[in-house]
Design a protein around this ligand. Structure first.
Ligand SMILES: [Zn+2]
Ligand SMILES: [Zn+2]
Length: 355
């Protein structure tokens, strides 16, 4: 069998499927390597690597032609923290969270969902949760999970790039999660999701307009681009540059979190329990009954003994599948997300105005 230009795609697909999520830069480099490898095998082939946007986009289209029949998509997202262009293979079928079943047990996935829920429902659009609150979520699970199991599972979520842990010890959504689990997030947290006014992607880190009820939210990198040419809020037309208005912009993400805000409080989705949200300060046990119960049953094909601890390098697990993920996803995610710390403190409380 002669090597053909199709082999470039095949090689490339193999590389990205094992990595799941990677920067555009790295993806382009892999593409170049694939071309070199194929040309080395068959010198008569007339293919060439071109380092320009059009060639890249055309290549991505070809890749997606191959992936789409499998309900997969090689999809793109800008990293919320630094605006880096990230690509990943995304399941388009809507059961995307089920893909975690290859690395996690049903219980661990239920735990992941519970932690994600607390992140999505975090007060003040802080989209983050303390380790304490994250650990407390084991109480919401049907089967029991010990504290040390929970700790190990959390570190594994971080190691595999599903969650990010900040220096302050707070958990938030990773780029991988926002990219790969986007349909799940959008359908489950329809009323909590905020979109960037500029790029329309989900915002869990960025800025918010300070005008009461104004819907403007922007990623930091989108905001930086926007304000090069604009002075006004695109929605309420408030002049952001007048006086010290810029400093009034509210942070979205961990910087919006105020100490003590989530102590002893467990958030529940609005749909199931309307007024419990602010009804009491405690209630972690009371709430757990009616919360999300029907929704955490994720098909677990095999009784997978996945990731017994978070320390593992992915060696000798006997599962194989997703090992290579780790390095690349960390490479793109691991950049410090604490930069927002110097943003101004939130001014208003703004709870229900979102939609
Ligand atoms: Zn944006
Ligand atoms: Zn505004």
């Amino acid at each position: 069998m002669a090597v053909t230009s199709n082999d470039v795609q095949k090689l490339f697909l193999q590389a990205i499927l094992s990595r799941r999520i990677l920067s555009q830069q790295l993806a382009a480099k892999i593409w170049e390597k694939c071309i070199e490898a194929v040309k080395a095998a068959n010198e008569t082939l007339d293919i060439e690597y071109r380092n320009d946007r059009n060639s890249w986009d055309a290549f991505v289209t070809k890749i997606n032609d191959a992936l789409n029949p499998l309900d997969l998509e090689f999809s793109r997202l800008l990293d919320e923290v630094n605006g880096t262009e990230i690509y990943g293979v995304v399941n388009r079928k809507g059961d995307e969270i089920a893909q975690m079943a290859t690395e996690y047990s049903a219980l661990e996935i239920a735990y992941f969902k519970a932690v994600v829920e607390q992140i999505m429902l975090a007060p003040n659009e802080s989209f983050s949760v303390s380790s304490l609150a994250a650990l407390r979520e084991v109480n919401s699970l049907k089967s029991s999970m010990t504290k040390s199991q929970a700790e190990a599972t959390l570190s594994s979520f971080v190691a595999k790039g599903w969650l990010v842990k900040s220096r302050r010890g707070r958990y938030s959504l990773s780029t991988r999660t926002i990219l790969e689990l986007q349909p799940y997030l959008r359908s489950t947290y329809e009323s909590e999701i905020t979109e960037c006014t500029i790029c329309m992607e989900i915002v869990t880190r960025g800025i918010a307009c300070y005008t009461p009820n104004c819907q403007t939210r922007m990623h930091t990198h989108c905001f930086n681009n926007y304000r090069r040419r604009n002075h006004q809020c695109p929605a309420c037309k408030e002049d952001w540059t007048a006086g010290n208005n810029l400093s009034k912009l509210r942070p979205v993400g961990e910087a919006a979190f105020k100490d003590g805000q989530d102590q002893g409080r467990r958030r529940v989705p609005r749909k199931s329990t309307e007024e419990q949200e602010d009804a009491d300060g405690e209630g972690e046990n009371a709430d757990e009954k009616d919360d999300e119960k029907d929704d955490d049953v994720v098909a677990d094909p095999e009784p997978s003994q996945s990731e017994p601890s978070g320390k593992g390098k992915g060696k000798g697990k006997g599962k194989g599948k997703k090992k290579a993920t780790r390095d690349e996803s960390m490479e793109v995610d691991d950049k410090d997300e604490d930069e927002e710390e110097d943003s101004p403190p939130p001014r208003t409380r703004r709870k229900s105005s979102r939609r």
